[in-house]
Unconditional design. Structure first.
Lengths: 150, 337
């Protein structure tokens, strides 16, 4: 499975990387994000929704579980599993309908609900580096080749 | 007289609640809290709707019994239509529709957010509009210009995390558990709010909020210091974090009220229970000669009293809803202009 490795040094750089990833996505793609609090997942999502010209703010779905955005010719479903504990809970919320809807699905805290995420999802792992810098390591595992010049 | 009785039903999240109102006045209300949370305080959606199913009938029965009333006295039903968890909302709505059909009484679908705003005025026949509402909870952080009932204008909102969410996540970073809001509030009583100055975000020419950077700021602070130091100063760090949130919320609210020439500010939502926010808003309100409304603590969390009271207002303002009203999980306040 092709893997990609990036370092970003600001929220702006994380958003720019998200724009490059977004340009490679197809309808129905599932992005499974993992990484601790404040590691850049929501910032990355804001970059993705910006690419699809979503006009609203991309708010954290921690308390609402699922936020829907309607971008230019593309729906985006933003899910947060932070307050869940197993994949079956995600399934009970109707996740399969979303998978089959053609929307691009972004799942934060995907490791918590790993058993409800299809094997062909694109995996993104985020890590906050160091106490003083604002640097993030972002690892992307994609089942298909993405054109991301490194 | 009997036909003025309103039954309110609330099942949007993890509280199963029922209330009885006579016109605008509370008769009695009951809230049953579910105990099926995950370790981080999440509501397990599937279990939540099953619990509502189990609890709602008994809760309605109890509220009637305790008020010495029976079903035949109900003149209308108000039920939360959204926002909330789809399955949970459906339980309340289906129950309400069945009852409305059986009793042949009107039904009103209620916006839960509107309920929180109006919770400040339970028992009142008049609304002190216009006012500015600071709505703060786990899922919302908004400044709303309430021109009159059902006429709203969104003035500002968070661009990332809600204030209540920041409390929960920082509580987790500090390892003090769930629910973060009340625990940080309590811990901060023994802490120095000036111990460390955490970042305050604002945007030029905007009343918007951001709490995501503050969360990162707290994380970096924890990483920079050794665990012993953090443990010793837990109360100070909690108080300093809380101070940053309260600063931003209160300053934006006061500024917006002054700019819009509104002389009343209304707090609403779960974070409106925060003691430091209430204290600060009281002080600033006096300083700037603004009239401050703060919801009774029992109405900050989810309850059916605010739903029944909202039902009273809807009955005053509009026709009843039809029996085919649907649950709307992402229902928003309708903003004009």
């Amino acid at each position: 499975m092709p893997g990609y490795h990036f370092l970003t040094h600001s929220a702006e750089e994380t958003k720019k990387l998200a724009l490059r990833v977004a340009a490679q996505l197809r309808p129905g793609d599932i992005l499974a994000m993992s990484g601790d609090l404040a590691s850049g997942k929501t910032t990355f999502t804001q970059g993705l929704t910006a690419y699809y010209e979503v006009l609203e703010y991309t708010l954290s779905p921690t308390f609402t579980y699922i936020n829907e955005y309607h971008g230019k010719d593309q729906d985006i479903i933003h899910i947060d599993a932070y307050r869940l504990s197993t994949g079956s809970e995600l399934i009970s919320m109707g996740i399969w309908d979303y998978y089959e809807s053609g929307a691009i699905i972004i799942i934060e805290w995907a490791d918590i609900v790993a058993d409800a995420i299809p094997a062909d999802a694109i995996g993104l792992r985020f890590r906050h580096l160091g106490a003083t810098e604002n640097s993030r390591e972002i690892l992307i595992d994609s089942p298909r080749k993405l054109d991301l010049d490194q | 007289m009997t036909k003025a009785i309103i039954l309110g039903i609330e099942t949007s999240c993890d509280e199963t609640a029922a209330a009885l109102f006579h016109s605008h006045e509370l008769i009695h209300h009951i809230t049953a809290t579910q105990l099926v949370h995950t370790s981080y305080g999440g509501v397990v959606p599937e279990y939540a709707s099953r619990e509502h199913n189990k609890l709602l009938g008994p809760v309605v029965k109890s509220v009637l019994e305790q008020a010495d009333m029976d079903l035949s006295m109900i003149g209308s039903i108000a039920v939360t239509q959204g926002p909330g968890l789809a399955g949970s909302l459906l339980v309340g709505l289906s129950y309400a529709k069945g009852l409305a059909m059986g009793l042949n009484v009107p039904i009103y679908g209620i916006n839960h957010i509107e309920g929180h705003i109006f919770a400040n005025f339970i028992g009142q026949e008049q609304l002190p509009t216009p006012f500015l509402c600071l709505l703060v909870s786990g899922g919302h952080t908004q400044l709303i210009h309430v021109q009159q009932a059902q006429v709203y204008k969104l003035i500002g909102q968070t661009r990332d995390d809600a204030a209540g969410e920041a409390f929960d996540k920082v509580a987790r970073l500090l390892g003090i558990g769930y629910p973060g809001g009340p625990l940080i509030d309590q811990l901060s009583q023994d802490g120095d709010p000036k111990f460390h100055r955490f970042s305050r975000s604002s945007f030029p020419r905007s009343y918007d909020f951001s709490f995501s950077g503050l969360k990162t700021n707290v994380l970096q602070y924890i990483q920079k210091h050794d665990p012993g130091f953090i443990k010793t100063h837990l109360a100070d760090i909690a108080a300093s974090f809380q101070e940053a949130v309260v600063d931003v919320l209160s300053n934006q609210a006061i500024q917006a009220a002054k700019d819009l020439k509104l002389d009343r500010i209304v707090l609403a939502g779960g974070v409106a229970a925060n003691s430091r926010l209430r204290q600060r808003m009281t002080e600033l309100g006096q300083l700037h000669e603004l009239e401050l409304f703060q919801p009774d603590l029992r109405y900050c969390t989810d309850n059916a009293a605010m739903i029944a009271y909202m039902g009273y207002w809807k009955a005053v303002l509009q026709q009843p809803d039809l029996l085919d009203i649907a649950a709307i999980p992402n229902l928003k306040l309708s903003f004009g202009q």
